[in-house]
Design a protein around this ligand. Structure first.
Ligand code: UDP
Length: 316
């Protein structure tokens, strides 16, 4: 019998890639998504295949799965700042109530659960790069608080289920991840810049562009998540991300270099509230525990993303 895995947020960017990976590894994959930010296009190729089923469902409600379950991956959540500012209450609910439902389900089924946490638990960090031991610098009542605090609650709830009920858990703190199947209009920096460059619109750098991020290509992220769930039994949070840091202004220039025909210029717009000034993962723990580190260079990842978005926009 194949092992059975439930993936929430299955129609989202990372969730849909996880559906592919677990399906390719021979698992029976049950996907759930309320499609508030995900799209069925991301998983259309899986419909009709054996070992795949999908439920259009909001996991903030009681989740009923009649069959046995071996694993749960809780990836349902808006993840772009633009999205969680637009639907703040749903963001809090899926991180809090959705997590509670998933943990309850894991307990009932005796399943191992992996929860998608985030580098946002570090807020606007005062320690750099960020190690798992850092407690963070989060503004609970700021506009990003709905995401950051939901994910911090998620971690606390997972640890409580682990300690009180012995549920087998994994917590991954995901740093900026990019690649095919991001929504062109999701507001995040990479789809914005690539979409703008391809359409000859100005690239919108927020602030002076000196803030930094560290971008991990989706294939590397999926590999790390798979290893953490299947090959380890480590219950505390693990950072996954690419430690190569770049300023947002430099990133805009990189995107332009890869689209030489673009007539776009760079414009500077106000920096959003509580926008972290720096972000870079310390991945020593993942290296040691999972023998994992990113393999795809930013140049390669940007090129593959451009190909995807070009096809989305122009169909070529
Ligand atoms: N950003 C930008 N222009 C855009 C979109 C984002 O300069 O069109 C900046 C944003 O202010 C932040 C960084 O790029 O400093 C990454 O933003 P994103 O929304 O991708 O995610 P975050 O890392 O802030 O969660």
């Amino acid at each position: 019998m194949p092992k059975r895995v439930l993936i929430t947020g299955a129609a989202g960017f990372i969730g849909s890639h996880l559906c592919d990976r677990f399906w390719e590894e021979g698992f029976e994959v049950i996907g759930m998504d309320n499609l508030s930010t995900g799209t069925l296009e991301n998983i259309a190729h899986l419909f009709g295949r054996a070992r795949f089923s999908f439920f259009h469902y909001d996991v903030t409600n009681f989740i009923h799965v009649p069959s046995e379950l071996d694993y749960i991956l809780h990836f349902a959540s808006p993840a772009s700042p633009a999205d969680y500012l637009r639907i703040p209450i749903q963001t809090l609910k899926v991180g809090a109530l959705g997590t509670h439902k998933c943990l309850g389900l894991a307990r009932a089924k005796g399943a191992t659960i992996l929860l998608a946490s985030t580098s946002e638990v570090y807020g606007d960090p005062l320690e750099h790069p960020q190690k798992e031991s850092y407690w963070g610098n989060v503004n609970p009542v700021g506009v990003r608080g709905v995401y950051d605090e939901a994910k911090r609650f998620m971690e606390a709830m997972a640890m409580a289920y682990h300690r009180a009920h012995g549920v087998s858990i994994r917590i991954v703190r995901i740093f900026n991840t990019y690649g095919p199947r991001m929504r062109l209009s999701d507001g995040r920096v990479l789809p914005n810049f690539i979409g703008q460059a391809l359409k000859n619109e100005p690239l919108t750098v927020y602030g002076d562009g000196s803030q930094t991020r560290s971008f991990c290509f989706i294939d590397d992220m999926v590999e790390g998540i798979f290893r953490l769930l299947i090959y380890s039994d480590y219950p505390l949070p693990v950072n996954l991300g690419n430690p190569e840091e770049v300023s947002i202004l430099e990133f805009a220039n990189e995107v332009l270099r890869f689209i030489p025909e673009s007539k776009s210029e760079i414009v500077f717009l106000p920096l959003p509230e509580d926008d972290p000034k720096v972000r870079r993962p310390d991945i020593s723990l993942a290296r040691e525990l999972l023998n994992w580190e990113p393999k795809v260079t930013r140049s390669e990842g940007i090129k593959r993303s451009i190909d995807y978005f070009r096809h989305k926009i122009f169909g070529t």
